[in-house]
Design a protein around this ligand. Structure first.
Ligand SMILES: *[C@@H]1O[C@H](CO)[C@@H](O)[C@H](O)[C@H]1NC(C)=O
Ligand SMILES: *[C@@H]1O[C@H](CO)[C@@H](O)[C@H](O)[C@H]1NC(C)=O
Ligand SMILES: *[C@@H]1O[C@H](CO)[C@@H](O)[C@H](O)[C@H]1NC(C)=O
Ligand SMILES: *[C@@H]1O[C@H](CO)[C@@H](O)[C@H](O)[C@H]1NC(C)=O
Length: 493
């Protein structure tokens, strides 16, 4: 059966399915800008960005926002409903308690289930209320039950002294929230034990969001000048938890006082204290440092993938052995930031990397983000006859061939335009639709996807293999047999 005779029937049939299943996949992109601060903002204008994603896929972001005072500084809340491409301000979280200003280290957390009288989907925001003269610190908890549009104060978590990172001063800062069974944990950095430790890392828990339990040590070293800080925690599929942190004075970098990245792995996320800290060192010898962030994604094999970012590198560091074994350095499209927030999006092969720039002095900071594939995807290019458009299928996971169009699995593939098509052996491009005159049979799996430029591509599968056509008004192309035969080297985008 010659391919050219298949085009029209195939196109006409699958076009119908496009109306039934339009779907906007999570885009990947580099260095999108959320907010460029005006020049009257105070140094460093913006810093320390954080995000959250709702179940409907929409995103919110916030950051340290150094607007001219008075009025007191606040945490801006920006929203994106297109996977992070476009953002708009939807609210400002104001310091309704001390009225000092919500100044440092905001953190966003969406309740994954009902908790303490709040419904799943409630956004919690923690961060430090600090006066303009930086004389005090107060880690606060606010909540929004309408996806970030309005906010209400919930409780005070921890109070400390002057907000400067000098040993002997007593600030509390850098909160990170995580629900664990019937409690919410707030991890943070704590300088209040100022006779014994420059800084340590601790947590407190609450079961009602109102009252917080005792301060429990998570990372605490005996050398006074050691400064472990910046806790972030991720749950692993074996029910363990990994905490990443910077270890000011850590022995992994003996040549100078630095902040090498360390991590701890525990069974109980309230018991990091006794676990040993492990230095993160990549296979190429890189020891990342400064303000790390850890997340876990289910993609990448039986253990999924642990991903750690740090200030020192535009790369991320990944581990596929549950935190044992090797860490590999992987390039990302996002710039260096003082803290590079990372998030595994609901399309779990997509990593968001967000930052607010560098510590002061800086007049160039802006809030920006990139979204990249965690597992570099195999690229499948299809080139049929001369008249054929050239869609390019990129499977986002390595899947058994029969799963390519499995409707049960989310986000199985992206279809992108091939700017630089790579040839498939055209003699293999043939589909045996003879029995059905080239039409998709009723009940066959069909999928469609929207290209980044808005065009729609359809795919389908029958016993002979699968096909893909671009909805360009009559022309299309189709391949058959087994999709693996057509996987070519990456690099087409
Ligand atoms: C994931 O996000 C997309 C939009 O980016 C949304 O349409 C979809 O409903 C979300 N799915 C889940 C399971 O959260
Ligand atoms: C610890 O903090 C207290 C309260 O700010 C201060 O009075 C004291 O001098 C500090 N101690 C050291 C060793 O810096
Ligand atoms: C998964 O993690 C375990 C424990 O570290 C390790 O033994 C195993 O090799 C890992 N599997 C893969 C595919 O890396
Ligand atoms: C193309 O595929 C056919 C059939 O599988 C094979 O005989 C031929 O050698 C291939 N040509 C190239 C250039 O690979």
């Amino acid at each position: 059966m010659r391919l050219s005779t298949l085009f029209l029937p195939l196109v006409s049939v699958v076009s119908v399915s496009a109306l039934e299943q339009p779907k906007a996949d999570q885009p990947t992109f580099s260095r999108g800008v959320i907010f460029t601060p005006p020049s009257d903002y105070n140094d460093p204008r913006v810093l320390y960005a954080r995000s959250a994603q709702f179940a409907d896929g929409s995103l919110i972001a916030t950051w340290e926002n150094y607007s001219p005072e008075p009025p007191a500084v606040y945490f801006p809340i920006y929203q994106s409903t297109d996977g992070g491409l476009n953002w708009k301000e939807i609210s400002r979280v104001q310091d309704t308690q001390q009225k000092w200003g919500l100044r440092y280290q905001p953190f966003l957390y969406i309740l994954p289930e009902d908790f303490a009288g709040y419904k799943a989907g409630t956004v919690l925001l923690s961060g430090s209320s600090i006066p303009t003269d930086l004389s005090k610190t107060q880690i606060e908890l606010y909540a929004s039950t309408d996806k970030g549009v309005t906010w209400a104060f919930v409780s005070h978590i921890a109070a400390g002294g002057e907000a400067r990172p000098d040993n002997g001063l007593t600030p509390v800062w850098e909160p990170f929230l995580m629900l664990n069974k019937e409690t919410l944990i707030c991890y943070y950095s704590d300088q209040r034990a100022n006779t014994t430790q420059g800084q340590k890392m601790v947590h407190q828990t609450t079961s009602d969001l109102k009252t917080w339990g005792p301060v429990i040590d998570d990372v605490s070293y005996t050398t006074y000048t050691d400064r472990p800080g910046m806790p972030t925690v991720a749950q692993l599929p074996n029910k363990q938890y990994i905490m990443s942190y910077e270890y000011g004075g850590g022995p992994a970098i003996p040549s100078s006082y630095s902040f090498p990245v360390y991590y701890k792995i525990v069974d109980d996320p309230e018991k990091f204290g006794s676990a040993p800290g492990i230095s993160l060192k990549a296979t190429d010898g890189t020891i990342p440092s400064g303000s790390p962030y850890v997340v876990w994604s289910p993609v990448g094999g039986e253990n999924g993938t642990i991903i750690v970012s740090a200030h020192s590198n535009t790369d991320v560091f990944i581990n596929k052995e549950l935190g044992q074994g090797l860490w590999t350095k992987v390039a990302t499209p996002e710039a260096s930031h003082y803290t590079r927030h990372i998030r595994v999006l609901n399309d779990s092969n997509k990593l968001l990397i967000m930052g607010g720039g560098q510590l002061p002095p800086s007049t160039t900071n802006k809030v920006q983000l990139s979204v990249m594939d965690i597992i570099p995807v195999p690229v499948l290019c299809i080139e049929a006859l001369g008249q054929c458009m050239i869609p390019c299928l990129r499977a986002t996971h390595t899947l058994p061939e029969q799963d390519v169009f499995n409707l049960e699995s989310k986000f199985l593939f992206d279809i992108l335009r091939c700017r630089k098509p790579t040839l498939v052996n055209t003699s293999e491009i043939a589909v045996d639709f003879v029995e059905d005159e080239g039409r998709w049979k009723a009940g066959e799996v069909q999928r469609s996807a929207t290209l980044l430029d808005g065009e729609i591509v359809h795919g389908g599968e029958d016993s002979a293999g699968f096909g893909a056509v671009k909805d360009d008004g009559g022309h299309g192309c189709v391949v058959g047999r087994r999709w693996r035969e057509y996987i070519l080297s990456p690099g087409v985008e």
